[in-house]
Design a protein around this ligand. Structure first.
Ligand code: HEC
Ligand code: HEC
Ligand code: HEC
Ligand code: HEC
Length: 468
């Protein structure tokens, strides 16, 4: 297998530029070297032209995990953490203090729909711009399947790693490891996935023995070993405890992120939860051991211009593809009990008979929920559409920006259910007869509406039939 090798150029104020080359399982290709510019600087040589051994310099490694599709933080309340634009600024700020590379422990998306794949590729593109050294195959990645992963790896040049995941045919989905040569240090990145997860698309070997087997063949080829481990917390801790060879074991998907802590000689950490936190490891010049921190990507961190462009490009792609609700993984989250008889009629069909309810609705924020998206261009994103449209994915409801322009904003039937039958014959009940108040938290969830309560919110939209 011919794999392009990636050349890193790292910022340094004095002295000759530093080079870093990446190697990985499988033979080298000196000819097809892909040169990548990091942080918009300089161009350089290929693998093999390693300069004279130089003193081990300072390096930072920023590790993300469980981004879960959150390419931008949720926009519904102002103080949400996360998003690639802030991560980009954070990484760039570290690059002023020496070489910096990024890695990801896995879990970058949630679904396997065409929409999720497009988002995954946009997240990878953003990570590549930050200087991605290794992206581990987490559960979500494994579900995308070996053929897809190998395809993305070759078209986008993504440095995936995984030493224990193969596809249904028994073929490894990614190289077992990558060795990045940076600032005179050879840093090996190895990836593992928990074998306790049920993933029909993948065969998963026990992580412990897979890593031990791999390390035998890597003996003497690296100076530092970073293991990206997509393991639940208990497994992550046991795994780290059993791996004295590692400098650090960094995971997800733990319930909460774990700030770097010592387990014997190595660091254990987890950057989890929607990309809100990243783990940073830093080693100073001449030093032999790392320091670790965890940082929250708060709204105090400015958006990085390059990453913002990447998100804009993702939005343009979404506008272009115009994914239908069925081409996303969100449709199934919605209220059921719709069928062809129970179609969405549209709020404009209610006005003739329910004038006062319509007046209340017209002046509520529900009726202008679409405008909240168009302000930032995010109306093209199905993730946002699912709560800011009428009957997302239901028969007669919102299908896509171009296909159903009249079903935008939160309508009567988001609460009352698909009501075409009722419109035709008012003696027939609406789909959510007497249950309209149960559905609020479907959209007003903790993430998007942290202050929601029936007592404070209902009075602001109360219309005929106000419950006691
Ligand atoms: C289909 C999703 C959805 C459902 C179901 C839903 N809402 Fe909303 N709601 C929204 C969205 C989206 C907004 C924000 C609109 C905007 O400003 O863009 C919102 C805004 C509101 C607001 C205005 C908040 C403010 O900032 O002033 C109130 C009040 C409200 N909803 C009450 C309710 C109640 C009560 C229910 C249940 C009876 C409910 N909503 C059900 C999506 C929903
Ligand atoms: C799970 C449902 C849900 C999703 C998904 C969702 N929203 Fe919302 N959004 C809401 C609700 C509910 C509110 C009202 C929050 C409140 O006032 O309590 C809201 C409010 C807003 C507001 C108004 C904030 C304000 O202060 O007036 C904006 C802007 C917004 N959302 C943008 C977005 C964007 C952009 C996305 C996609 C990245 C998105 N929303 C995804 C449910 C959702
Ligand atoms: C955010 C959710 C929501 C939206 C949007 C909404 N309603 Fe309601 N509506 C309710 C709730 C909750 C009740 C209380 C009775 C219930 O649970 O059915 C109610 C009550 C009613 C009633 C009286 C029911 C009865 O049993 O007396 C009518 C009629 C009605 N709504 C019509 C409409 C129309 C027409 C629209 C759109 C213009 C609309 N509603 C928009 C949630 C909503
Ligand atoms: C042709 C007139 C007409 C139209 C159009 C109409 N309704 Fe009604 N609606 C009625 C009448 C009449 C009742 C009372 C029925 C009863 O009590 O048997 C009613 C009752 C309701 C109720 C309370 C009982 C229930 O079934 O939940 C809700 C909620 C409601 N309508 C919502 C809507 C919504 C939403 C729309 C638009 C999608 C709509 N209606 C369109 C005439 C209409």
């Amino acid at each position: 297998m011919r794999q392009p090798a990636i050349v890193w150029f790292t910022e340094r104020l004095h002295g000759p530029p530093q080079f870093a080359s990446q190697t990985q399982a499988g033979p080298h290709s000196f000819g097809s070297t892909l040169t990548r510019l990091i942080m918009g600087l300089g161009v350089l040589s290929s693998v093999g032209c390693r300069p004279k051994p130089e003193p081990a310099g300072a390096v930072s490694i920023v590790v993300s995990g469980d981004t879960g599709g959150w390419i931008v933080p949720c926009g519904c309340t102002s103080n949400q953490s996360g998003g690639l634009a802030r991560r980009g600024t954070f990484v760039r700020s570290l690059s002023r203090k020496g070489a910096v590379i990024v890695a990801d422990a896995g879990g970058a998306v949630v679904g396997t729909s065409p929409y999720d794949r497009a988002k995954f590729e946009a997240i990878l593109a953003g990570e590549l711009q930050m200087g991605l050294a290794a992206h581990n195959i987490g559960a979500a990645e494994a579900k995308l399947g070996g053929d897809y992963l190998r395809g993305v790896q070759s078209t986008l040049n993504v440095p995936f790693v995984s030493c224990n995941v193969s596809d249904a045919q028994g073929q490894f989905v990614a190289p077992t490891h990558r060795i990045v040569d940076i600032s005179g240090r050879r840093i090996a990145f190895v990836g593992v996935l928990s074998d306790s997860l049920q993933i029909p698309e993948a065969k998963i070997q026990p992580p412990g023995s897979a890593v031990m087997n791999l390390l035998k063949s890597l003996n003497g080829k690296y100076d530092h070993l970073i293991v990206l481990a997509y393991l639940p917390e208990k497994e992550l801790r046991d795994f780290a405890a059993s791996l004295p060879e590692a400098d650090a074991v960094i995971g997800g998907p733990t319930g909460q992120c774990i700030a770097p802590e010592r387990i014997g000689s190595r660091w254990l950490a987890s950057a989890t939860n929607k990309g809100k936190f990243v783990v940073s490891l830093r080693i100073e010049q001449h030093a032999k051991s790392w320091d670790g921190t965890i940082d929250e990507m708060t709204d105090q961190i400015e958006d990085d211009a390059q990453q913002t462009k990447n998100v804009d490009a993702f939005h343009r792609l979404l506008a272009d593809r115009d994914f239908t609700a069925q081409q996303t993984s969100f449709a199934s989250m919605l209220m059921g009990n719709a069928s062809d008889e129970r179609r969405i009629a549209g709020s404009d069909r209610c006005v003739d008979c329910h004038q006062s309810a319509c007046n209340v609705w017209q002046t509520s924020k529900h009726a202008s929920a679409w405008q909240s998206l168009t302000k930032t261009g995010s109306q093209v994103d199905a993730y946002c559409q699912q709560c800011h449209t009428t009957g997302f994915g239901l028969p007669g409801g919102f299908e896509s920006v171009l296909r159903s322009p009249q079903r935008v904003s939160v309508g009567c039937e988001d609460c009352h259910g698909a009501s075409a039958a009722h419109v035709a014959e008012p003696r027939l009940r609406t789909a959510s007869y007497q249950q309209a108040s149960y559905g609020c938290v479907r959209c007003h969830d903790r993430e998007n509406s942290p202050h929601f309560s029936d007592e404070t919110y209902w009075p602001r939209i109360a219309h005929e039939g106000t419950p006691k």
